[in-house]
Each structure stands twice: as C-alpha cells, then as structure tokens.
Design a protein around this ligand. Structure first.
Ligand code: UDP
Ligand code: MN
Length: 312
C-alpha cells in the first residue's frame, strides 16, 4: 500500500560521509551546498547523520552552524566517529577490499567506501529505514520522493539503488562475457525491463551507490544478507564473474544484482542521474550514450568523478 503522504511523525534519516577534509578541500563546499539544497527542496523534515573523522568533524560542525545561522532552518543532526564505525565493519572491509578496492593495502581509507554495507550495525537500532548519499549531489526535486520509493519495494528488497550509467561493468565483465556469450550482464538496460522485474532479461548495467536506500530493519534481520557478506560468498561471486573492481560498495551491490536480484529494488535513473563521462573518452565512445540514457525526470543530479553540476 502506497500512502499519498508520508507518515508525519516518521523520521527521515539521511546519512552522509565527510572524512579526510581540510579547510580548502572541495568536499567541504559540496557538503555545504548539498545540505542547503536539501533543506530548500524537502517537503519533509530531515534528520542528518554524519560520519566524520576527528580532523573533519570541526569543519562539519562549523558548516552546519553557518547553515543554521544563514537559513534560519532547523537542522537536526548526529555525528558518528569514523574510527568507531570502521571497527564495526572491519570483517566486511577485510572481505571486500581484495576484490573492490583500487589499493587493497590501504585498509583505513578503504573502510570509507564500505560503510553502507554495515550501516545496520552503525545506525541506532530504532532507525528502520535510511538513505545514504554522496556529497556530490544536487536535488532538483523533493527529497520526499526518494523516501516514498520505500513504499514501492518488493517484499524481499533490502536495498534500493539506481543503475550505473556508464560502461564500467561492461568493461569489468569483458573476460566473463567472452566465455558467456548469452549473458545480459554488462549490456545496457531497456526502460521497460526495470519496473517490477527482479531479473534482468535484456540488460543490466550494474548499480551506482551514490544514492542508496536501506531498509535497515530488514537488513538486520536478514540471515541471507549476512551469508552473502561472508568471504566464501564474495570470493565465489568475484571468481564466477572474473570480477576485479575498484568502486567499493557499488561493485558488491552489482554482484548482488547478478546473483541475488530479489534483495535489491532498482529505482529509476532519475534518482541518480550521473554526469561523469570518463568512459565515453576511454574506449566506449560508440555505446556510451546507450548507457547514459535516462528518460525519467531528474530528481537527483550526481556530479561524480568531480564533474561540475549544472544547477539551473
Ligand atoms: N568521501 C569522503 N572523503 C574523501 C572521499 C570521499 O568523505 O576523501 C565520501 C563523500 O561523501 C563522497 C563519497 O565518499 O561523496 C564518494 O566519493 P565521490 O562522490 O567523490 O565518488 P564518485 O561519486 O565520484 O565515484
Ligand atoms: Mn559521488
């Protein structure tokens, strides 16, 4: 059942990661702009949950108090210490880094890219749902639209993600696809494949994790998800698809999309309209537009790979 308005007393929890920031770092500006933007366009009150390290914390709190002063809006937030969070997800990071980190040795910096996979251990027990966002985003429409997507989840879905809009997984699956000519994984998707289908009959581009919906309650209770996170399972999936990634959690979500599609709800591309064109200029010029195509109206623009976001 989809209510026409969200429950008025339900908390709308948004999670942001803000680490390794110094005074002049571009992430500082992205963080400020995103929060102001979200306060401006959201029809529901938001609660911010910010994961930050010791040196970035001061800058985060400075930005937040400036925003409160300048906008005169309520801005409830909680701060979570990155080091404590990293400890809580250590076993997950150890399993993931050999397959999905560009520099598998650097454990500390790696943990940051896997926090989403263990957010159910980090978030307070009473948070049943949450949305985790990159800082390089711009909302063109109401934040509540994203929260409303939870009501469209199939009963088995733990996570909601929008498609990756580049050829990165076509690239990563090159070797697998040579010996599996009929596989649709890595192909671009067709609009009418998305809705309601938990399998990917014609094409599946993988997922982008810059906008992530988490049904924390279901994740905490899912025995299956915990088994999928095990070393045996992740090594097995990486081996099967000859998969060597570098994009952290979203590589894992993409593999989950291949092997356990019932656990992920595909939300439409307008919820994470990525702007990075790196792959267009690196060997995939001809097909890039097929992957980047998005016919849905844009709710969120994602200036990934440091792409400037046009905000008019
Ligand atoms: N991030 C961070 N510190 C860093 C790099 C990244 O806190 O030094 C966080 C930040 O929230 C950022 C997210 O990780 O939005 C993902 O990084 P980014 O958006 O730059 O990756 P892309 O979308 O370009 O792949
Ligand atoms: Mn991003």
């Amino acid at each position: 059942e989809v209510p026409s308005i969200l429950k008025p007393f339900e908390e709308h929890n948004v999670w942001l990661i803000f680490t390794k920031v110094d005074r002049k770092s571009p992430l500082r500006t992205k963080f400020r702009k995103l929060i102001i933007n979200m306060l401006n366009v959201s029809s529901v009150p938001l609660k911010f949950n910010i994961i930050t390290d010791l040196s970035s914390k001061e800058i985060a709190e400075q930005e937040i108090s400036d925003i409160i002063l300048n906008t005169n809006k309520l801005l409830p937030y909680s701060i979570y210490d990155f080091d404590l969070c990293a400890i809580k997800i250590k076993n997950i990071v150890d399993v993931m880094t050999p397959h999905f980190s560009s520099r598998p040795g650097s454990y500390y910096s790696s943990a940051l890219f896997y926090l989403s996979l263990g957010l159910h251990r980090i978030a307070p027990e009473n948070q049943e749902k949450a949305i985790m966002l990159d800082c390089d985003l711009y909302f063109k429409d109401d934040v509540a639209l994203l929260f409303k997507e939870f009501y469209h989840f199939k009963p088995t879905a733990l996570f909601g993600l929008a498609p990756e809009l580049t050829t990165v997984y076509l690239h990563i699956l090159q070797s697998f696809r040579k010996s599996n000519k009929n596989s649709t994984f890595g192909n671009y998707y067709h609009e009418n494949d998305i809705s309601g289908n938990s399998v990917h009959p014609k094409g599946f581009q993988g997922y982008n994790s810059g906008v992530l919906l988490l049904n924390l309650k279901k994740i905490r209770n899912s025995k299956e998800y915990n088994e999928i996170l095990s070393k045996q399972s992740v090594d097995g999936m990486a081996e099967k698809y000859k998969f060597r990634g570098h994009l952290g959690d979203q590589d894992f979500f993409t593999l989950m999309g291949y092997e356990h599609p019932d656990l992920i709800q595909t939300i439409h591309c307008g919820f994470n309209r990525q702007l990075c064109t790196f792959w267009r200029d690196h060997g995939y010029q001809k097909v890039f537009k097929d992957y980047a195509r998005c016919n849905h109206s844009t709710v969120v623009l994602h200036g990934n790979c440091n792409t400037k976001i046009p905000t008019n």
